[in-house]
Design a binder for this molecule. Structure first.
Ligand code: NAD
Ligand code: TYD
Length: 346
C-alpha cells in the first residue's frame, strides 16, 4: 500500500483529485490534510468519507509540530501539495495569508518530507508564476515573472521546492497548470461566480474590457496529468499542464450565458444584459499560455475534454447543485465539519 499525503484535498482541485485517485489506484491510501479555510469544504468529499483507504485530518501545513508528528505517524511515501490560498483578488487585498500558507507551509512540508524520507514530493503550482505573455507560449524553462502576490507566493514555493531538490536531493516534481474549471470550484472564481450571479439575476462583473486571455483546462484532465506525474514524472523536473484552449474572458462569459439560456429555455439577452464591465484588477495579467509538449511527449498525456463540451457539463453540474452553491456562499457548509467530524461521527 502506498501512503499518499494530499494537502488541500477539501478544495476544488484536491477533492476532484482524491476522488479520481481512489478510483484509479487501488494501492493508494490517501490522507487528506486540510485546514478548512473558507475554500475547504468536506461536503466536496462526502461520497468517499467512509472509504477504507481514506483518512481526513484537519490541520495547517504551516504548523511544524503537527506536520512532524503526522509524518512520523503515517510514514508517507508520496506528498502532493495542493494546499494554498488561491484567489488573486484576495491576495491583492491582503498578501499575508498567501505567504504563510503558500511559502512557509510549503517549506514546512518540504522539511518534513526530507526528515522522513518521502520518495516523491509533488508541488502543485500554476502557470501564473510565469506572468503574462502577449504571444507565444511559456515552456518549463521560461523565467518566473509573477505579477500578483498570489503568483509571487507560488513562484517562491516553486523555487524553494527546486532548492530542496538541488541542495538535499529531495525527490521534488512541480506541475504548473493553467486555469481549471469543473465541479466544486469555489464561486469566487470566474466560471462559478458568473453562473451563480446569472442564476440570481445579479450583474456579471467583467474586469476591464474582458479582453484578458486564459487557457482553460477541465479539472479531470489536470487530475489525470498530476497522477501521471506522481507515477512516472522525472524527479527535479517541472511539467506544464495546459489545454491550449485559449479564450478571452468576455467570450467565456458570453458562452456561459448562451449555455444557461439554452438549458433554462430563456432568451440569451436576459443573461447577456447582466454583463457589467467593472474596474480592472490591479496588475491584471493580459494572457497566460502554456506549451505542454513536455508532458505530452514524456508521459503521453493529452487533454481529452474540448472546452465547449466541458463548459456545458460544468454548467449542468452547477445547475444540478444550486444548493451546494448557496451553502458555500452562505458559509452553511462549515456546519458540516462540526456536525460530522468534531462530534466524533467519523
Ligand atoms: P482552493 O482554494 O479551491 O482549495 C485550497 C484548499 O487548501 C482548501 O481546501 C483550503 O482549506 C486548503 N488550505 C488553505 N490553506 C491551508 C493550510 N494552511 N493548510 C492546509 N490546508 C489549507 O484551490 P484549488 O483551486 O483547488 O487549487 C489547488 C492548488 O492548485 C493550489 O495550489 C493552486 O495554486 C493550484 N492551481 C489552481 C488552479 C485553478 O485554476 N484553480 C490553476 C493552477 C494551479
Ligand atoms: P479567476 O477565476 O480569478 O482566475 P485567475 O485570476 O487565477 O486567472 O479569473 C479568471 C479571469 O477572469 C481573470 O482574467 C480575471 C477575470 N475575472 C473577471 O473578469 N471577473 C470576475 O468576477 C472574476 C472573479 C475574474
Amino acid at each position: 500500500m502506498k501512503k499518499v499525503l494530499v494537502t488541500g484535498g477539501a478544495g476544488f482541485i484536491g477533492s476532484n483529485f482524491i476522488r479520481y485517485a481512489l478510483k484509479t489506484f487501488p494501492d493508494w491510501f490517501i490522507v487528506n490534510l486540510d485546514k478548512l479555510t473558507y475554500a475547504g469544504n468536506l461536503e466536496n468529499l462526502q461520497d468517499v468519507e467512509e472509504h477504507p483507504r481514506y483518512r481526513f485530518v484537519r490541520g495547517d501545513i504551516a504548523d511544524r509540530e503537527m506536520i512532524r508528528s503526522l509524518f512520523q505517524e503515517e510514514k508517507f511515501d508520496v506528498v502532493i501539495n495542493f494546499a494554498a490560498e488561491t484567489h488573486v483578488d484576495r491576495s491583492i487585498l491582503d498578501p499575508s495569508p498567501f505567504l504563510n500558507t503558500n511559502v512557509i507551509g510549503t517549506q514546512v512540508l518540504l522539511e518534513a518530507a526530507r526528515a522522513y524520507g518521502v520518495k516523491r514530493f509533488v508541488q502543485i503550482s500554476t502557470d501564473e508564476v510565469y506572468g503574462s505573455i502577449p504571444e507565444g507560449r511559456f515552456t518549463e524553462i521560461s523565467p518566473v515573472q509573477p505579477s500578483s502576490p498570489y503568483a509571487a507566493s507560488k513562484a517562491a514555493a516553486d523555487l524553494l521546492s527546486l532548492a530542496y531538490y538541488k541542495t538535499y536531493g529531495l525527490p521534488v516534481i512541480i506541475t504548473r497548470s493553467s486555469n481549471n474549471y469543473g465541479p466544486y470550484q469555489f464561486p469566487e472564481k470566474l466560471i462559478p461566480l458568473m453562473i451563480r450571479n446569472a442564476l440570481q439575476g445579479k450583474p456579471l462583473p467583467v474586469y476591464g474590457k474582458g479582453e484578458n486571455i486564459r487557457d482553460w483546462i477541465c479539472v479531470e484532465d489536470n487530475c489525470r496529468a498530476i497522477a501521471l506525474v506522481v507515477e512516472r514524472g522525472r524527479i527535479g523536473e517541472i511539467y506544464n499542464i495546459g489545454s491550449g484552449e485559449e479564450r478571452r474572458n468576455i467570450e467565456m462569459v458570453r458562452y456561459l450565458c448562451r449555455i444557461l439560456a439554452n438549458r433554462l429555455n430563456r432568451p440569451v439577452e436576459e443573461f447577456e444584459s447582466l454583463i457589467t464591465f467593472v474596474k480592472d484588477r490591479p496588475g491584471h495579467d493580459y494572457r497566460y499560455a502554456l506549451d505542454s509538449t513536455k508532458i505530452q511527449t514524456e508521459l503521453g498525456w493529452k487533454p481529452l475534454m474540448p472546452l465547449e463540451e466541458g463548459l456545458r457539463r460544468t454548467v449542468d453540474w452547477y445547475l444540478e447543485h444550486q444548493d451546494w452553491l448557496e451553502r458555500v456562499i452562505s458559509g452553511e457548509y462549515r456546519e458540516y465539519y462540526s456536525r460530522v467530524y468534531e462530534r466524533g461521527w467519523r
